[in-house]
Design a protein. Structure first.
Length: 389
């Protein structure tokens, strides 16, 4: 099981035939339904970007490391949005008023095997979400036999497309199973394996009117990217897992605080065996610049109490202002090294007080441990097993 490397190809190019005359569609109703598809802003995490350039200090390590991780998460998240928008931006085939559902397709899938369709359905009051949606794959135009490979639920905010709450699932296992059972060219193709599921929310902070809070909790389970695809691989053994929390807070003063926390397992270079160490990286940054990261590694070859802990701070140019590292050996003896001091963990928020001279816990930055246990269990179950049939 290795660190994730996503290469997602959207295998859908459609031939739309026989759609209804667009003049028969209630445009306002259709727009209401389309709002259930999340925007890229709801699912895409940000990374520190830097706002200035200077030649002082080495480039900070953790902001650079966060970039590829955020990009990998975003590729899957944005892929869901792009696929669903590519279909639902077309005129729907039919609206079923009895089931309160718009249907697109079935249409020929010109870039892959079979047919594809999508739906958005309004749910009765009292359900978890206002709408559900899905992307379906089939061998013909019989919708009742088509299999969902993307599924989601959402309660959009009618005033802001980047607000609201929802959940979305890209079921690579369902896509793989469909191809294996039906595609005559299955043996010549590569596939992603595993599942990606994300739950998200954004809106005004009730405790601080005018401020906006957004968050996204993402889970990958048993993931194998196309570039690592092996027909004989078992995702439960060879796949990778990652948990990722991203959030941002836009204050009434216009300042934006972004934070993230990701956890995964990998074999750290230069450790004794192929055993996987548990990695945790937390990060917060202000206005895409000043920030602080806290990272830990343990287990695997780092048998407790052996562990590695690092803290890094950077400025608006993403140049390091502080790096502290502590290695605790198997007998419990710590060895530490530092560059700079935590007093360099700016910015100055007044009176010589440096914002990131405090730990992320002291600053109250959320972590994966703050996710509601029931929600966490539910997402992990979906990522492991898919949606109940």
């Amino acid at each position: 099981m290795r660190y994730l490397a996503l290469v997602l190809v959207i295998p859908f190019a459609l031939t739309a035939c026989g759609t209804d005359d667009s003049s028969t569609i209630d445009k306002a109703l259709l727009a209401k339904y389309r709002a259930a598809i999340p925007s890229e802003g709801q699912l895409a995490a940000k990374k520190p970007q830097g706002t200035t350039t200077n030649l002082i200090g080495d480039p900070a390590v953790y902001p650079a490391w966060a970039g590829p991780t955020a990009i990998q998460i975003n590729m899957a998240a944005v892929g869901v949005v792009q696929v669903m928008r590519a279909i639902t931006d077309l005129e729907p085939t039919i609206y079923n008023s009895a089931t309160q559902e718009f249907l697109w397709g079935p249409w020929d899938n010109n870039d892959d095997f079979g047919t594809v369709a999508a739906y958005i359905k309004e749910l009765p009051e009292g359900e978890d979400f206002e709408f559900v949606y899905a992307l379906l794959r089939g061998v013909d135009n019989d919708v009742t036999t088509m299999k969902p490979v993307i599924w989601g639920g959402a309660t959009p905010n009618p005033d802001n497309e980047d607000w609201g709450v929802g959940i979305t699932l890209w079921d690579f296992e369902a896509n793989y199973a469909f191809a294996k059972d039906n595609d005559p060219d299955f043996a010549t193709k590569t596939f992603e394996r595993g599942r990606f599921v994300a739950v998200y929310g954004a809106g005004e902070d009730a405790a601080n009117p005018g401020a906006v809070m957004g968050w996204d909790y993402t889970v990958f389970r048993n993931f194998i990217g196309k570039e690592d695809y092996n027909p004989s691989a078992d995702p439960a053994v060879d796949g990778g897992d990652i948990d990722y929390l991203y959030g941002h807070y836009v204050g009434t003063d216009g300042n934006i605080l972004d934070f993230l926390h990701f956890q995964f397992s990998m074999n750290i270079e230069d450790t004794a065996t192929a055993a996987l160490e548990d990695i945790s990286v937390r990060m917060a940054f202000l206005n895409s610049g000043w920030g602080r990261a806290e990272a830990t590694a343990d287990n695997g070859d780092l048998t407790p109490p052996a562990a590695f802990v690092a803290t890094e701070c950077w400025d608006t140019a993403l140049d390091r202002t502080f790096l502290g590292q502590v290695y605790t050996d198997p007998s419990g003896v710590p060895y530490s090294a530092a560059e700079g001091t935590e007093q360099g963990c700016g910015p100055d928020v007044g009176g010589g007080v440096m914002l990131f001279a405090r730990t992320l816990d002291e600053l109250g930055i959320p972590t994966l441990d703050d996710i509601d246990p029931a929600m966490k269990l539910a997402l992990e179950n979906v990522a492991e097993n898919g949606m109940p049939q």
